[in-house]
Design a protein around this ligand. Sequence first.
Ligand code: DCP
Ligand code: MG
Length: 242
Amino acid sequence: AEKKGRVEFRDVTFKYPGAEAPVLSNISFTAEPGKTLAIIGSTGAGKTTLVSLLPRLYDVASGDVLLDGVPVTEMDASEITSRVSAVPQKPYLFSGTIEHNLRFGKPDATDEELWDALETAQAKGFVEEKSSGLNRRIAQGGTNVSGGQRQRLSIARALVTKPNVYLFDDSFSALDVATDARLRKALKGKTKDATVIIVAQRVSTIADADEILVLDNGRIVDRGTHDELLETSPTYQEIVES
Ligand code: DCP
Ligand code: MG
């Protein structure tokens, strides 16, 4: 069967409600199933805004965001949620058990699926270390787990839903470089048929992406693979050296 999850932005411009200037201008790109698209750029460049347009946290001012050729503005919320899993830059956990948090997007997931997702997200050891396991309680806002653990549980939650598209907004930044690398390797095996879009701060996180978009001030200023950008993009070189 044909793989699903092709994401296309066509000349997208976006302004926050009430703002004068657009924070995104003329954004066009395609992300294909089985591939990883990365987005990098300085703080305030518009990365989070860009990835929030696919799950329709906001709608575009002009242009189109399409999922498998259909504008997301024509899809209902439940279809988008079942097909697109977003791990937000500031992941949230609910007060309740780890199990409750993981099953959020797929209530009928089996325990095996939950453990499998935890293993990929490098969070299995953390859950196993207490005898309460999946029944361990998370405080409201996830305040009784560390930032890195919150990120990994949030990644596991996204994996449980088995979507067509994964959006990771700076999801690996709280992890040490070795855990980041292990997690992304495990992730690769589990997301082979899906479209993966990764927003990152660290070049090491995205160096192996199929395509990298360099975002600056709401515009895509350069695009290519890591090796291509090292040759052609002063903005990318600056990020590499920072
Ligand atoms: N912005 C806004 N209103 C919001 C969110 C953001 O006016 N609710 C503005 C702040 C920035 C611009 O939009 O000028 C882009 O913000 P992003 O959060 O999209 O930027 P990044 O995700 O690239 O920044 P960071 O790397 O800090 O996460
Ligand atoms: Mg951001």
